[in-house]
Design a protein around this ligand. Sequence first.
Ligand code: ADP
Length: 462
Amino acid sequence: MSVQNRLIVSITVVFSVAFGAFLLATRGLPTSIQNEVDAELQRLAQGIVRQAELQRPFALTNLRWPDDTPLYTQAAHFFVVLDPDGAVVTASSNLPERSQPLDAASLGLEPVFTTRIVQGQSVRIMTVPIIGQFEAGAVLTGYLQIGRVVNDLAYYNRYTWTLIFIGGATLSLIMFFITKLVPATLRPLFNIIAVASQISSADDLSRRIPVSGDDELAQLARAVNQLLERLERIFRTQQQLLADVSHELRTPLTAIRGNVDLMRRLKTADPESLDAIEQEGARMARLVDDLLTLARAEVGGLPIRHDLVNLDTVFLNVYEQLSVIRTPVRVVLQEVAPVRVLGDADRLKQLMLNLMTNAVKYTNPGGMVVVGLKQVDGRAVITVRDTGIGISAEDLPRVFDRFYRVNKARSRERGGAGLGLAIAKSIALAHGGDIRVESQVGVGSVFTVELPVLDAAGLGPA
Ligand code: ADP
């Protein structure tokens, strides 16, 4: 059974049981009140008869009853004594018509309860035969009739029907609204089901659940939408990555095959072709290494060591490595402050090398690269500034993306696959730091890396 039907059925059952209990109570109440009235009448009758029996000789006129208010309508009880023929012998003074029996039709040998209208009032009457004990034996001597006004009971009887009718109408109304309300309340759930099945049948992760309001179901729909968004992003990135990797690998592989073909045709180990094969092989090895690093960075963060690293030493090391390469670009050391960080010296070196080689790569001959390391407000700040070609505002937000190259032909020609900055960023993030860039086309770029430094005692980040 569906959740919706289960809800409707359970609510219906609960209301019906409640209504049934209400019905029983309503219908049962007049009967139990009447039973109580009857019991009281019986108690009174027994008392009166027993008291009369104690007197000898027994006579109907000996019957005595408790005093009651003289007003018939307000009296709790009134009494009539009849002879065996049904003629009134005596009656209580609070009866307006004292010559008539209360209930002439109920004279018999067994006590009888009846309800009749007497003088315009609804009266519960008990008729008790009085058996006198004489020497000759037990003889029917007369009857005692005790009455009690039970107008309230009559009213109550009438009102119970009204109550039952109102209860039934309310129940029907509730059932009607439940059958309308439950599906309306569950509609967001049906939307989720519909979208989920659309996604699986059409393989389309771009679909979203329509959301309105802020109840639990709306929150669920929002959470599912967020999940879908994330899944879609991951899925797209994976597809893009696969396309990019295949593309990047195809170029060196084509070059290698071309050179092998050439050598086969020349029937000689052409040194130039061998160099090209070696270079392309090295490029592929770099690419695969970089991809591995990025893959690790994405699955739970880049694994890094947490050693005490003298950042200035690593920085100078990279600077020297760059200085020995002959380039038409001047690399200038601006300042180097002694800064210690907690991290992975090899990864930090890779970060700085990527930034500095990029600066040299994307600066035209005669240009300048200025590098520096300082400490500002408990952060190590590495700056790599160049007077190079710059990056347009449009490309700037994407340069840290994997495989993103501003000018593909030019970048490739300069040896890049578009992974260097993505790696630099994941290394900075893994060290609790960050990386940012400012640039202007034709003027140059400034890459800034900030890392948390260790305090003076070397016990933790300052
Ligand atoms: P690549 O290996 O292609 O250099 P990177 O991830 O290191 O890849 O850089 C991404 C792109 O950002 C490069 O293709 C280049 O267009 C641009 N870029 C990076 N550094 C600089 C810089 N210093 N000046 C100008 N453009 C840069």
